[in-house]
Design a protein around this ligand. Structure first.
Ligand code: URA
Length: 255
């Protein structure tokens, strides 16, 4: 495999920042193939060389996969001049090649996969694959009585495009109106209700535009599932963890 700098190797594997790695090496705590190495700009072959810190081998993993609970106020990009990015939140590894699989709006929370595996991103995002994405939304307004039929047929958005069939379940018991009740609710008799919406494509602002097409407004949006991955509710917004072996297997990734 191609050679890379020792400090890049250790940084990508989460040993620390470049400065911290330099310090470790200066103290004689880094070795390459059994020899203490103080020069962190030297090249190593991650596949062939044995690199140790404090005598413990650092295994090289080419691919990284993190499940992030995206908070609001952070953009789904690798770099941005104005806002922090989702990639900035990943502090484990100093990898330069991480990117988010798809985009969530700045005010949307929830499941976002961060990886450097372009093949996986393609499999999850390709419009041909129709991967399920499930969103929890708090919605303001009043759903049309035939919302289920409209969603199943595909909604026509404001720009004339039609969405693929989608499913919606109203969440809160007291707000799970029967169709007849929805039909008789009067103007001004509008409230907030929580829903789960499953869509199979990823148009720009799709969920918000779908509710607009039904005369409603999304007040809060969180993605709770994408393909076989579910949001880990133990992660607070802004927290992340590596994917588990089970999750990797569900994505057909063999380590
Ligand atoms: N749909 C939206 O409107 N926004 C998102 O962030 C994701 C899906």
């Amino acid at each position: 495999m191609a050679q890379i700098r020792l400090d890049r190797f250790l940084g990508e594997m989460g040993t620390g920042t470049r400065t911290q790695i330099k310090e470790l090496a200066k103290k004689g705590r880094v070795s390459v193939n059994g020899q203490v190495e103080k020069k962190t700009d030297r090249k190593v072959d991650p596949a062939a060389d044995t690199i140790c810190v404090d005598g413990r081998p650092v295994a090289y993993t080419r691919w990284s996969y993190y499940l992030l609970n995206k908070p609001q106020g952070v953009v789904s990009a690798c770099r941005d001049d104005r806002y922090p990015t989702v990639v900035d939140l990943i502090q484990d590894a100093d990898r330069k090649d991480l990117f988010p699989v798809g985009r969530l709006d700045i005010d949307t929370e929830g499941l976002l996969l961060i990886t450097n595996d372009g093949d996986l991103a393609h499999r999850l995002l390709s419009p041909k694959k129709h991967v399920d994405k499930v969103y929890f939304a708090t919605v303001e307004g009043r759903l049309p009585a035939d919302y289920a039929e409209q969603l199943a047929a595909g909604l026509v958005l404001e720009d004339g495009t039609r969405t693929l069939p989608a499913e919606l379940t109203v969440q809160r018991e007291e707000l799970t109106f029967q169709k007849e009740e929805l039909a008789v609710r009067r103007e001004g008799d509008e409230g907030r209700f929580d829903v789960l919406l499953t869509i199979r494509e990823g148009k720009f602002h799709q969920v918000k535009r779908m509710f607009e097409a039904m005369g409603c407004r999304v007040a809060y949006l969180k993605r709770v599932a994408m393909g076989p991955l579910k949001l880990d509710e133990s992660l607070a917004p802004g927290e992340y963890r590596p994917l588990s072996q089970e999750e990797l297997a569900k994505l057909d990734i063999r380590s």
